[in-house]
Design a protein around this ligand. Structure first.
Ligand code: NI
Length: 194
């Protein structure tokens, strides 16, 4: 998920140069809308090994490079039920959450805010979401946990879990708005800008 853009900050952010990355880390390019991987079901994470933890670390780096607050595995072309979230955008190390095989177990209230997605850069839409969301998931070591989020965190849980079910935020918009976005993306694709 992408946070609200600040003024004059809508242009693409250059990822830090590879040399500045810790050894072995990788910034993945983010898959854009139109790639079928974004609309496919994912398979459960079954192995919680060093390779899986490396993938999580790389997903955080890739998310920060793109200035996002959430990134789901399908967005880097990996069909796993896995996402990373940090609504503090790297400002607080305690804000980092790995969710493997997550399920929403409770939801209350409602919020309406504009929502964006790293796979749909430049597009936003008003999506109703629950104000409080409790999820059950596994961390990068396979330990089960439950966590309750509110506001942006609740929205991020819903948005990222949607990704793991092949659903993008535009599917929550009216048919009219969704078609408008699709038409604009089709145009961008013709001119090679997408
Ligand atoms: Ni997204």
């Amino acid at each position: 998920m992408s946070p609200k853009p600040k003024k004059d900050e809508t242009k693409e952010i250059e990822p830090p140069a590879g040399s500045a990355l810790p050894k072995g880390m990788k910034i993945y390019p983010i898959v854009k809308y139109g790639d079928p991987v974004l609309e496919q079901q994912t398979r459960n994470v079954e192995t919680f090994d060093d390779e899986m933890r490396q993938l999580c670390a790389d997903m955080f780096i890739s998310m920060y490079a793109a200035q996002g607050v959430g990134l789901a595995a399908p967005q880097i072309g990996v069909g796993l039920r896995l996402a990373v979230i940090d609504t503090t955008v790297g400002k607080n190390p305690d804000g980092k959450i790995v969710i493997a095989n997550p399920d929403i177990i409770a939801a209350e209230g409602e919020q309406r805010e504009d929502e964006g997605c790293l796979s749909l850069p430049g597009f936003r839409g008003n999506v109703p979401r629950p104000l409080f969301v409790t999820i059950r998931a596994q961390d990068a070591f396979g330990n089960s946990f439950e966590v309750r989020g509110e506001n942006l965190l609740a929205r991020a849980f819903c948005h990222e879990i949607d990704h793991l079910n092949g659903t993008l935020f535009i599917q929550h918009l009216s048919l009219l708005k969704r078609d408008l976005i699709r038409r604009r993306i089709r145009k961008l694709r013709k001119t090679g800008e997408w």
